[in-house]
Design a protein around this ligand. Structure first.
Ligand SMILES: [Zn+2]
Length: 467
């Protein structure tokens, strides 16, 4: 009697009434039930439930609570036993270039310009086409899903192909089409870039997993006029707007010379900033600039490991958090990290700012975990959909095994999540209620094929660079 079920759901959603009604009428239905886990909800009250779980229907969370209550209330098509695991929201990687996994370890420990000019640019010019981007995206998505990342923000070329691969893998993505003022592997002119990006936004509008976005590369590679055009395009499609901002000290100095303003002030003057903007890195920002970003509701993607490896500097993250900015964590591309492991970023953000400020109390474990979940969701402007285990949100969740020697005993769950858990501890991953990693096995991707493809690219790229 479906009308009766929806009548119940509509009118008797209060827990007491629901319990009373279901006792009389039988159990409510769910597609999936997870029970027996330590639940880290990351909701506003940061509730942790010792022996608990969630119920999922139509890809959304319909209940969060203790195991006995859930089992009492719901008849589920499938029940996952979370014994010995932490159930938590999937991780949000707020900045990356997934296809660059194919350049992983190509050249390390170089000065930025040497690295770009002699390694990355020649390899990109020769190899980056749609097939490359598809193969690299599959590898990046596979790595991220296996490590518990359920949402990522991308910026690269051929992003329609990136969106396609991401959707096929069942992952969630904010997929940013790079826009840049010089000929790129996909579009050779600005007009073509603009038209292509608009077609891309139109095509993916309303997709459950994919949020398409224009991604002007940076204020130093895109003219003022083109930045404004990108902003208008984002406004027209109610899309996010992704940009690299204030990554290096050189960028700030050059901006002052060229525009008589820092990159942030330059974007503010152009009217570029707004509550849909996701700014990457923001290493070099003054207090005044952080207030400008806050005023406009700009989300920040902090990439501690990439900033360390490229020696870009240390972003003023504790200050950003104090001011109430939405700050998430990003891996950046695998060419400058060299993995897409968000657990590494959580541990790094918790430690980097402590040593920098000589203060072990800054960015405590729980705050670092929040940056990879609910605060990350806020930074990428998806906080009403993801980032916490709460009723009504998309069922993007992970089960993290905490039975290996490096994660026992457990006194405090946040401590483990920030300082001890590794990507290989992730056991199960769901996006919109669909299991994309089931007991460590990917259900949508073929790891053997993806790894073989990546090795083939390595052989070809190495041959080219040896010439
Ligand atoms: Zn980047």
């Amino acid at each position: 009697m479906p009308w009766l079920a929806s009548f119940h759901r509509g009118l008797f959603s209060a827990i007491g009434l629901l319990a009373m009604v279901t006792n009389v009428m039988g159990k409510d239905s769910a597609d999936l039930l997870v029970v027996g886990a330590t639940v880290v909800t990351m909701g506003a009250d940061r509730q942790v439930i010792d022996d608990g779980g969630i119920a999922v229907r139509d890809g959304k969370i319909i209940a969060v609570g203790n195991s006995a209550e859930l089992k009492d209330k719901f008849d589920a098509t499938r029940t996952l036993q979370g014994d010995g695991a932490v159930l938590m929201p999937g991780l949000v990687n707020a900045h990356g270039h997934a296809a660059m996994t194919l350049f992983r370890g190509l050249a390390d420990d170089k000065a930025l310009m040497d690295w770009l000019r002699n390694y990355i640019f020649p390899a990109e010019a020769k190899f980056v086409d749609e097939a490359f981007v598809r193969a690299g995206t599959r590898l990046g998505v596979l790595e991220m899903l296996l490590g518990g990342t359920t949402t990522y923000v991308d910026m690269y070329y051929f992003e329609d192909a990136v969106a396609d691969e991401t959707a096929k893998a069942g992952m969630r993505g904010v997929i940013g089409q790079a826009m840049i003022d010089f000929p790129a592997p996909d579009y050779k002119t600005w007009d073509a870039t603009l038209a292509g990006t608009e077609a891309f936004l139109k095509k993916w509008k309303g997709h459950r997993l994919i949020t398409a976005a224009p991604a002007p590369h940076a204020p130093y590679t895109v003219s003022s006029e083109h930045l404004q055009a990108a902003k208008e395009l984002a406004a027209k499609y109610s899309a996010p707007l992704i940009i690299h901002l204030a990554e290096t000290q050189d960028e700030v100095e050059n901006s002052k010379k060229q525009f008589q303003a820092t990159p942030t002030v330059h974007l503010d003057r152009l009217g570029f900033l707004g509550p849909n903007v996701i700014a990457k890195h923001v290493v070099w920002a003054t207090d005044e600039e952080m207030l400008i970003l806050k005023k406009h509701g700009v989300g920040i993607a902090h990439c501690p490991q990439s900033n360390m490896k490229l020696a870009s500097g240390i972003a003023p993250v504790p200050q950003m958090l104090k001011l109430g900015l939405g700050v998430g964590l990003g891996t950046d591309g695998a060419a400058s990290n060299n993995d897409l492991d968000m657990w590494g970023e959580i541990g790094t953000v918790a430690m980097l700012h402590k040593v920098n400020l000589r203060d072990p109390t800054v960015i405590a474990a729980r705050e670092a975990v929040a940056m990879a979940t609910i605060d990350g969701a806020r930074a990428v402007h998806l906080e009403d959909k993801i980032g916490s285990l709460e009723i009504g949100k998309e069922a993007d969740f992970i089960l993290v095994d905490v039975t290996a020697p490096h994660v026992v005993p457990m006194y405090d769950v946040y401590s483990h999540l920030a300082y001890a858990v590794k990507a290989s501890d992730v056991r199960t991953v769901a996006v919109a209620g669909k299991l994309v990693v089931d007991d460590r096995k990917p259900t949508t991707l073929d790891p053997v094929k993806i790894v073989a493809e990546a090795r083939e690219y390595r052989d070809r790229i190495r041959t080219l660079l040896a010439k």
